[in-house]
Design a protein around this ligand. Structure first.
Ligand code: PLP
Length: 393
């Protein structure tokens, strides 16, 4: 008998085999098998994409706009993105060479990490954080270095903690504010501290601003617009959340010419371009979508006010999120850990929330509730959560 029969060859590369499965996806496979579940779990708008945006996509199909676009993205979309970024985020980029259209922020993140990281480079990022960050870094053979954030600071990253984590191998600081999963936001002063830190340690900042337009406090300029930051920042943004366009899969990155050029090469050889008809829809979103976008933002804000008030009344404390559509209540007073709380809430009360540990170990003691669901459902979910918490006390 040959050796290969005794031990089948492991085809999957060790650094991929070692990646964890997303805790959220597994949890929601279970949810799908159950009836009458109110989901506060999904990080996806409950609104359908505004009609005029869908219509622009249909128009593009009907008029045969069905070919590859430029690798960097349809020039009309890049122009619209740069105009929009200047007007709304205080960012000045040239559509010709400082902006690339991608398949969601997910692809923008993937290609910027691949463009800048070599094996062993370190990426500093905050925990709790979006589930893709650490796996995306690992896929490049670089090293994710989580820096824990705390409830007492409303989950805003602190420079003292960054100073303890930075090493000569640190190359990137990855930020996501407004934040998934906590709803935390950064003030201008917070952003300035991050900028000073990045300059002091000569780091590239990747700023994932996908929730920027779902802000409930007056917006502050993007970190890239602060003095000395434009040349060391890549700003990532997209259409999934603000315009309820998750299925269109359109995102973008703006940054220094040499980095956009490097990202374009990876994108060119792996994706070619983002979907042409989805790009047509994105142009419409930027040019005429402000009314519907603002209506959705106001609706989220109203829901946020209700859910925060109710959770605090129930005895699951949470701070008032500054943006996104998540709250991150502390559930440790129930005596259960996050995973057990989420499991019992689902099994006994048919309400789905995500254990805080899905977003990093410091999420223990918390759960993430999304308010991308109707006020009516939020009210019912709160009653059910109250019943479970009362039964536990
Ligand atoms: N970044 C953050 C912080 C997210 O929460 C998400 C999705 O939940 C993404 C990126 C991915 O967005 P996209 O749909 O544009 O790929």
């Amino acid at each position: 008998m040959s050796d290969s029969k005794l031990s089948p060859k492991q085809w999957v590369a060790p650094h991929i085999a070692g990646l964890p499965r997303s805790g959220i996806r597994d949890f929601f496979e279970l949810v799908k098998t159950m009836d009458d579940v109110i989901s506060l779990g999904i990080g996806e708008p409950d609104f359908v994409t505004p009609w005029h945006i869908r219509e622009a996509c249909i128009y593009a199909i009907n008029h045969g706009y069905t070919s590859y676009t430029s690798n960097l993205g349809d020039p009309r979309l890049r122009k619209a993105i740069c105009k929009y970024s200047a007007e709304n985020f205080g960012l000045e980029y040239k559509p010709e060479n400082e902006c690339i259209v991608t398949v969601g922020v997910s692809e923008a993140l993937d290609i910027v990490l691949r463009a800048v990281l070599s094996p062993g480079d370190e990426v500093l990022y905050h925990e709790p954080c979006y589930v893709s960050y650490a796996p995306s870094v690992r896929m490049t053979h670089a090293v994710p270095v989580p820096v824990l954030t705390r409830e007492e600071n409303d989950f805003v990253l602190q420079v003292e903690d960054l100073e303890k984590a930075v090493t000569p191998r640190s190359k990137v600081l990855l930020l996501n504010y407004p934040n998934n999963p906590t709803g935390a936001g950064m003030t201008l002063a917070d952003k300035q501290l991050m900028a000073d830190f990045a300059i002091r340690h000569d780091l590239l900042v990747l700023s994932d601003e996908i929730y920027e337009e779902l802000s409930y406090i007056p917006r502050t300029p993007s970190i890239a617009s602060l003095p000395g930051m434009k040349e060391r920042t890549v700003t990532l943004n997209g259409f999934s959340k603000a315009f309820a366009m998750t299925g269109f899969r359109i995102g973008y990155a703006c940054g220094p010419v040499d980095l956009i050029e490097a990202m374009m090469k990876i994108h060119q050889y792996s994706m070619l371009c983002a979907s042409s008809i989805a790009q047509a829809a994105a142009i419409e979103a930027l040019q005429n979508g402000q009314g519907p976008r603002e209506d959705m933002r106001r609706e989220y804000e109203q829901r946020r006010n209700v859910i925060v008030k109710r959770l605090n009344e129930i005895g699951l404390p949470c701070f008032m999120p500054r943006g996104a559509f998540y709250v991150f209540p502390r559930i440790s007073s129930t005596g259960l850990d996050s995973a057990t709380f989420a499991k019992r809430l689902l099994q006994e009360k048919h309400v789905a929330v995500v254990p805080g540990t899905a977003f990093g170990s410091c999420g223990e003691g918390f759960v993430r509730c999304s308010y991308a669901t109707s006020l009516e459902e939020i009210e019912i979910a709160m009653t059910r959560i109250q019943e479970l918490v009362s039964a536990l006390s």
